[in-house]
Design a protein around this ligand. Sequence first.
Ligand code: ZN
Length: 175
Amino acid sequence: MGWTSNDYNHEGWVAFGAPDGRLSRSSTGAGILFHGITGEYPPAGEFDPNQEIVPDDLIMSWRGACTCGWQGELWHRVASAAEADIATRKEYVPVGDTADVSGEVEDAIQQEWHVHIAPSEAILGVEAAAREHRQAANRLDKTVSAAKAAGASWADIGRAAGITRQAAHERWADK
Ligand SMILES: [Zn+2]
């Protein structure tokens, strides 16, 4: 499960942090799967010989991650509900539970990711407007040649286009 940007260039998710700093997005019933074999944790076995399983209780942090390589702020796991605090990125997950963050924290991490993709999302608007701008400029050129061929004067064309006769002539006479 992740979040996808409108240009499909970014997919974000909440990554689990192992005590040694590795990040993962996959969990199993037995814990969280991490790439690399340190020997500290049980191997994932036949399922994937290059991964090992860190028990949920040993997950000490989370952070947003994105397919582009971006990483969000570190969220720390705290030992009691009283210490949990969204503002300082402290999350409480009881021992024995799966190491998933609450919906509230997931929303906060997704919000960090939205800030990360905001520039590329805004650029999509510029691209769309530039495309329409080019199409409109093409249509203008075509309608001007049609008007000229039909016998309209540069003064008529300039007036219609909102520019002077001379500007119309300079812009379209040799097209
Ligand atoms: Zn990204």
